[in-house]
Design a protein around this ligand. Sequence first.
Ligand code: CP
Length: 296
Amino acid sequence: MPRHLVSVDDIRDSELESIFLRARQFRTGARDAARSSRLSGRVVGLLFLQTSLRTRVGFATACARLGWQSVSVFEQRASEVSMAESIDDTLRVAGGMVDLMVTRLPVPVGPVASSSPVPVISGGDAGPLAEHPTQALIDVFAMEQERGRVGDLHIAICGDLRMRSARSLTRLLLRRRPRKLSLISVPALMDPVLAGNPDPILDRCQLSEVSDVDVLYVTGIPHQAIPEDVRDTLRVTSDVMKRLPKNAVVLSPMPVIDEIDSQARCDDRIKMFNQSDNGVYVRMAVLEAMGDASAA
Ligand code: CP
C-alpha cells in the first residue's frame, strides 16, 4: 500500500525536521542540492480539478528543479458535475502511469487516495475537514526563515479559520508549540475543532488589540461569508501595521482577496511573496521524501 500525504498528521515530527533541513539546502544551493538528489527520472502526475496557481505551478517547478518530469492531467470528465469518469478511476489510471501524484480535488482526498497505486500528495481538498498539508509546511518554513524557531514565537492567525490552509497550519502549530497562538476571527469563520480547544497556548483576541506578535498570518475571507462591517475588523490596514513590532512579519497563503489593504501592502514587513517563492524548496523536499517512500 503506498503511503499518502493528505493531512499534516501524515508527517512525523522527525520527518518534518528532515523536510525543513532539505528545503534549506535547496534554498541555499538549489542546483547542487538538486543534482545530488537521491532519486532521478521520477515522473509526477499533477491532477488539479480546482483552480490553483501556487500549488500547481510550484510542484511543476519543484519537479523541474529536481530534474524530474511532471505531467499535467487535464481530465475534464472527472471535474464535470455529470462525472462521466469517477475521481477514483481517474486516480487509478493516471497513478498507474507515474511515480507520484499531486492532487487538488473538490472532494475529501482521504477516501479516494486509496485508488492510487502510487503515493498521493494532496495540494488541497474539500469538505468539512479539508486540509492543505504542504501549504502548512511552507507556512511554518516561512515563519522559521523570517523569525526563527516556532517555539519562541507569538503567532496570530487572522480570518477564516475554517479554510483548509488555516486548518492544516493550526493543527501543525499545535504540535510545534509556539510560545502563544492567537486566533483572530468571528464565530461564523471559526473552525469548530479550535473553538472549544482548551490548550493553554491558545488565545482569542481582536485584530485591533494585536501589538506584540512575531508573525501575523492572514487568510482570505470569501465575499458574502460575513457582513462587510465585520469583514473590515479582520482586514490588515496601515493602522494595524503601525501597532506591530518593527521585526514582526505578515504572511499569507494567498491568494489575497482584500484582507490586506493596498496601503498596508507597501510595508516591507509583508513577506507573502518570499513565503511563496520559498515554497518551491519545500515542495522539492516533500517530493523527494515521498519519492523515497514510493521507492522503498
Ligand atoms: N495557497 C494556495 O494553495 O494557492 P493556490 O490556490 O494558488 O494553489
